[in-house]
Write a protein that binds this ligand. Structure first.
Ligand code: ATP
Ligand code: MN
Length: 471
């Protein structure tokens, strides 16, 4: 046996009369007048393949093992199928059961299991319709992203996962340390647990200074863009925010392009092209999975995605958006006013009620954005851009970067940050500085958008959130 077998998705295209084998897991078995009908899936496509076992072909003892969840190989011949919805099926002449799945105990047995329950058995959920579809879309989207950049001459780079730079204050960080004896929790006198410290001196820690899991590869990506022009990262990022929302993970994947000789306009153009092309690719290659999401998870999903691909995104300044929100007559939970950050309810009103498609907001007040964003002539706003999508809110955050050394230094100090750790970042402005821009796209936010799944925990194989690192 090797990997070069016929996938279930290819079995549908075989001509009647072809002898073949079908490998997979049994979704269901139904018996009628001595004939057994098995729906077989191997995750290669959304559809199950029907295998028919004529009376007497397989001994009763073996037939008993062919239950939901069992892993099998059927040998047989492809025949025309009298059933609706499929041209061919396999008429089985033999079977090998690789692994049975005791019907009384198989956790995926019950129909209509909730998404919450499936999260508890995340190690088995890839076998179901919903998660098979999610993970196929995830794989296809990742390929589409690499293709998008490759076609445009971007270099794929890898930025560090462990870093001593606190990036940009993008989010709370996880510290990486060997200073604690992790397997030696002590019971402190006040009844609380503490860990024994090997040394309290950060210089004795593994990296010689406090180190963290990265919250973004942006600053490092900038250094490589200012030498290689167009680059992108696609890797895991970590945020220790203690908030359990349906849109935040502690470990998520981020796509971060960075372009030299590019301004905010070019950045917006790339972000818009990016979303359109990746979504277009999914519409082309994941039709069956998308039909399922459209039918079972999010009504009008297909319509919405097709609309996103074909219509221009609305572009507004933050100031224009705030004025619209103030004049909306809506009773928002959080007040809107120039200078405050937009809340998810505001982003949703703009995209869903006001505009009805994705919106790119630009030129935010500098106080609510990171120090590295290029300051506008008005001295009050920066060249930031957030792409907001209906249902999701912020899906992309980006900016034109501040390339002027003096302005950047002033902004770092204004933000209350020390200059010293940014010496290398400032060097880029000291030597051969260039106008440049880039953005960060949360891969799981994109997947929520294209699948219609409501909880970010359901678009990644194993979610890391406060209180959960299972599997
Ligand atoms: P938000 O305001 O939604 O919390 P942010 O402004 O903190 O996001 P950025 O620092 O701009 O996020 O990160 C870039 C992108 O990464 C965001 O546009 C979003 O798509 C995604 N993202 C940010 N935080 C998370 C998270 N905790 N889990 C999943 N995706 C995230
Ligand atoms: Mn953001």
């Amino acid at each position: 046996m090797d990997y070069r077998r016929t996938y279930v998705r290819d079995l549908f295209n075989l001509a009647p009369g072809t002898e073949t084998s079908a490998f997979g897991w049994v979704k269901t078995r139904r018996d009628s007048k001595g004939v057994s009908f098995v729906q077989l899936s191997d995750g290669s496509c959304f559809r199950d393949f029907q295998v028919v076992i004529a009376a007497g072909t397989i001994s009763e003892d073996v037939l008993k093992l062919i239950t939901t969840g069992a892993c099998v190989r059927f040998d047989g011949v492809v025949v025309e199928s009298p059933a609706a919805g499929q041209a061919v099926e396999l008429s089985a002449s033999g079977v090998e059961v690789f692994g049975g799945a005791d019907a009384a105990n198989y956790p995926l047995q019950k129909k209509g299991a909730t998404l919450e329950y499936l999260r508890e058995i995340a190690h088995l959920r890839a076998r179901g319709n919903t998660f098979g579809a999610v993970f196929r879309m995830r794989a296809q989207a990742a390929q589409a992203i690499h293709q998008f950049f490759a076609k445009r001459g971007f270099h794929y780079i890898q930025t560090p996962i462990i870093t001593a730079s606190d990036a940009e204050g993008a989010g709370a960080m996880f510290q990486v340390t060997t200073a604690l004896e992790v397997n030696a929790p002590l019971e402190a006198p006040d009844g609380q647990f503490a860990y024994r410290l090997r040394s309290a001196n950060p210089e004795h820690d593994f990296f010689g200074k406090p180190s963290y899991l990265t919250v973004s590869g942006q600053l490092e990506a900038e250094t490589i863009a200012l030498g290689m022009t167009n680059v992108y990262t696609f890797g895991p990022t970590f945020r220790a925010e203690n908030s359990s929302t349906s849109r935040h993970l502690a470990e998520f994947w981020m796509v971060e392009p960075e372009m030299a000789f590019c301004d905010l306009e070019g950045n917006m153009n790339l972000a818009e092209e990016f979303l359109k092309e990746v979504i277009g690719n999914l519409l082309d290659f994941c039709g069956d999975d998308l039909s399922f999401f459209n039918q079972r998870i999010e009504p009008h999903l297909l319509e919405t995605l097709e609309h996103v691909v074909t219509s221009p995104f609305e572009r507004l300044t933050y100031t224009e958006a705030v004025t619209m929100l103030e004049q909306s007559g809506e009773n928002f939970e959080f007040p809107v006013g120039w200078g405050t950050d937009l809340q998810s309810e505001h982003e949703r009103w703009l995209t869903e009620v006001k505009v009805g498609r994705p919106v790119i907001l630009t030129d935010y007040p500098k106080e609510i954005k990171a120090f590295y964003m290029r300051q506008n002539e008005d001295g009050k706003t920066v060249r930031a851009m957030d792409v907001l999508a209906p249902r999701i809110g912020e899906i992309i955050g980006g900016s034109q970067r501040e390339e002027r050394l003096d302005v950047l230094e002033a902004r770092i100090k204004e933000s209350g940050l020390p200059l010293e750790p940014y010496w290398w970042y400032l060097d880029l402005r000291r030597f051969g500085s260039a106008p440049h821009a880039g953005f960060g796209l949360g891969f799981e936010r994109l997947l929520m958008y294209v699948t219609g799944m409501k909880n970010i925990r359901d678009v990644i194989p194993y979610h890391r959130t406060p209180g959960n690192a299972d599997f």
